[in-house]
Design a protein around this ligand. Structure first.
Ligand SMILES: Cc1cc2nc3c(=O)[nH]c(=O)nc-3n(C[C@H](O)[C@H](O)[C@H](O)COP(=O)(O)O)c2cc1C
Length: 372
């Protein structure tokens, strides 16, 4: 009997066969030269692990909390538009998978299914992602709808104000589908297709004049805690603390917005150090292995999120595919924790990491000696 996909890369390969080339490119692609997209993987690959022996790892515990919500392991589902592009059940399948795996889902405001219908299918924590719109009443009404439907946090995406240049989509003349979440909210129908690189997509609605005090305004409109997505510097992280944000997602939007930024994992330590425990820090971008999750936790992330892998799981096998992808990351994380002698999430610290090869240090010492 043939063995099915055994890792996320194999899920991607299978999904590529099932999706149209333009749809695959839309999901997989990044901005302009995709330098940051490639860097995201090489950054993880360049971090080495230091295994530890004879630690009691008989009772591994991967559970943690995010904004007080217990989850079984620290991998959440990122907000990403139109899950329907990968499977007809779209976000209904994804939210069921997240619930079954005992983790949280962040719903994109550009979802294929109404935020209310997705909430009704949820069994675990759900947070709603939105933007700061030019029309402040739209921002308010979206936030209220999310709260009424049962979402327990608002995730504000800040990195999509400017329309990105995603060349694969230009080449494919890709047109994003529209989202029903904007129905009845008096926005022009053309802007429902909320892809951040659609010629008349979400960027036409977002407030380009917004500045930090807008966060205080939004916090006053809703009892929901604010999670800010798209933080890549210590400066902005400190501003999030000052403006009462409860969590930040260190993210460059999966390398889909500004090319030639650092990989998110590279800037994670500066953000963690800047916020100094005053808010929760999560990370997304390039998480494909349990070792990647482990490295992000070691550098101070409380949890990570996955974007593209959920589409690969959905395209291959709907809800079961998303469960499988999440399950692979959970199992690989558990394996890594065991081999590094870290039985709990709290026990994962920076001392498990290494980047400079110990051999290189020795060889450098030798060459210095021979020069004398
Ligand atoms: C197809 C697709 C659609 C996305 N749509 C949104 C969105 O609507 N809102 C948002 O904040 N981020 C969106 N993102 C970005 C993801 O939330 C996330 O930052 C990124 O995918 C993480 O990187 P990864 O794909 O390598 O895991 C999208 C990403 C993809 C791949």
């Amino acid at each position: 009997m043939a063995v099915g996909p055994i890792n996320i890369f194999e899920y991607e390969a299978l999904a590529k066969e099932k999706l149209s080339p333009a749809e695959y490119d839309f999901i997989a692609g990044g901005a302009t030269d995709e330098i940051t997209l490639r860097r995201t993987r090489t950054a993880f690959e360049s971090i080495m692990l230091r295994p530890r022996m004879l630690v009691d790892i008989s009772q591994p515990d991967l559970s943690t909390t995010v904004l007080g919500h217990p989850i079984a392991f620290p991998v959440l589902v990122d907000p990403a538009g139109h899950h329907g592009r990968a499977h007809p059940e779209g976000e209904l399948a994804t939210v069921r998978a997240a619930g079954a795996m005992d983790t949280a889902l962040l719903l994109s405001s550009g979802s294929s299914y109404r935020l209310k219908d997705v909430a009704e299918a949820a069994a675990g924590p759900i947070w709603f992602q939105q933007y700061l719109y030019q029309d402040q009443s739209l921002t308010q009404r979206m936030a209220h709808r999310a709260q009424e439907a049962g979402y327990s946090a608002l995730c504000l995406t800040l990195d999509s104000t400017v329309r990105a240049k995603r060349e694969r989509n230009i080449r494919n003349q890709y047109v994003a589908p529209s989202s029903p979440n904007y129905e009845g909210l008096e926005v022009p129908e053309y802007s429902w297709g909320l892809s951040s690189d659609a010629p008349r997509g979400v960027n036409t609605l977002i407030d380009r004049a917004a500045t930090w005090p807008q966060l205080d305004w939004l916090a006053a409109q809703t009892p929901l805690p604010l999670v800010v997505k798209g933080i890549m510097t210590a400066e902005d992280a400190r501003l999030c603390v000052e403006h009462g944000v409860k969590a930040v997602i260190v993210s460059n939007h999966g390398a889909r917005q500004l090319d030639t930024t650092f990989a998110s994992i590279e800037v994670l330590p500066e953000v963690v150090d800047a916020v100094d425990g005053q808010l929760e820090v999560y990370l997304d971008g390039g998480i494909r292995r349990g070792t990647d999750v482990f490295k992000a936790l070691a550098l101070g992330a409380r949890a990570v999120l996955i974007g593209r892998p959920l589409f690969w799981g959905l395209a291959v096998d709907g809800e079961a595919g998303v469960r499988a992808v999440l399950g692979m990351l959970r199992d690989e994380l558990e394996m890594t924790m065991g081999m590094c002698g870290r039985p709990t999430i709290e026990s994962i610290d920076r001392s498990v990491l290494g980047t400079v090869s110990p051999l290189q240090s020795v060889l450098q010492g030798l060459s210095l000696q021979s020069e004398v």
